[in-house]
Design a protein around this ligand. Structure first.
Ligand SMILES: [Zn+2]
Length: 267
């Protein structure tokens, strides 16, 4: 060993001895140096990572494969102690990427419109039971919405519906007769009855106003079955209400529609 080498060796030994004797001090110094140069260290690590990304990823994969259970348990441990932050960052990432994801999905749908429509049709044809169940479930969840839509449709299209119903009745006189007959039979068969005094009482209870729109009905009113006779409603006073002429007409505008629907002419 020449003079130079042995001097270097002696210096290394001295350093090691110093570090061993002053472990706390040197660690503290290292920590301080790191804190002071945190940004530089971060930048260095980042640069190193992007320059060696493929190797690092490959090495990590190898490590994982060599003992998956070890890495899985480490991941679990890390997740357990960083749950909040991990969830939040995953949420943030999703939120950040959502518009892009939605856009990609929309692009895909737009680009494959024909194929998707065809596939959809095929699926529906292959799964009629599922389709029926789906429709039934939607209908039962949206009863009010369906009723509202039908009512709005009936009001908006009252004239046209009336005309269509008239035409249909003219073209199908025996069906119309059967319908009227059924209605009369229903009325006769319906449970309950009311007197003029009952109507007077209802009139007073409604303070002389239409049950629907609250305009005055002192000049005339219609007696309306709250639950229609066709749906099992009774003739008892508690199933009756008084309405103005326009509201009565609006309500009956829905009847030709329902009638036409029952006979399979609409929708
Ligand atoms: Zn009214």
């Amino acid at each position: 060993m020449d003079e130079n080498e042995s001097r270097k060796e002696r210096k290394r030994i001295r350093q090691r001895e110093y570090a061993a004797a002053n472990r706390k001090k040197t660690r503290q110094a290292t920590r301080e140096w790191r804190a002071k140069n945190a940004e530089a260290i971060k930048a260095y690590r980042k640069a190193y990572y992007s320059a060696h990304r493929a190797e690092i990823v490959e090495k990590a994969r190898e490590n994982y494969q060599s003992d998956p259970e070890l890495y899985r348990s480490r991941n679990r441990k890390w997740y357990a102690s960083h749950r909040e932050a991990a969830n939040q960052s995953s949420k943030d990432r999703q939120k950040k990427n959502l518009p892009a994801v939605r856009q990609r999905q929309a692009n895909y749908r737009e680009k494959n419109k024909g194929i998707l429509r065809e596939a959809n049709r095929e699926w529906r044809k292959a799964n009629p039971d599922k389709m029926r169940a789906c429709k039934r479930s939607w209908n039962s969840r949206n009863r009010d919405r369906i009723r509202e839509t039908a009512r709005a449709y009936a009001i908006v299209n009252a004239e046209e519906i009336k005309k269509r119903a008239q035409v249909w009745r003219k073209e199908n006189p025996e069906a119309k007769r059967a319908h009227d007959h059924k209605r009369r039979a229903r009325k006769r068969a319906a449970d309950g009855s009311y007197t003029a005094a009952d109507i007077k009482k209802i009139f007073d209870m409604q303070k002389g106003k239409c049950a629907y729109c609250r305009t005055s009905i002192r000049d005339g009113y219609h007696i309306d079955h709250i639950q229609p006779l066709s749906q099992g409603g009774s003739n008892w006073p508690k199933n009756l209400q008084l309405t103005c002429q326009p509201c009565n007409q609006k309500k009956h505008a829905a009847d030709p529609l329902a009638f036409a629907q029952r006979t399979g002419r609409l929708l």
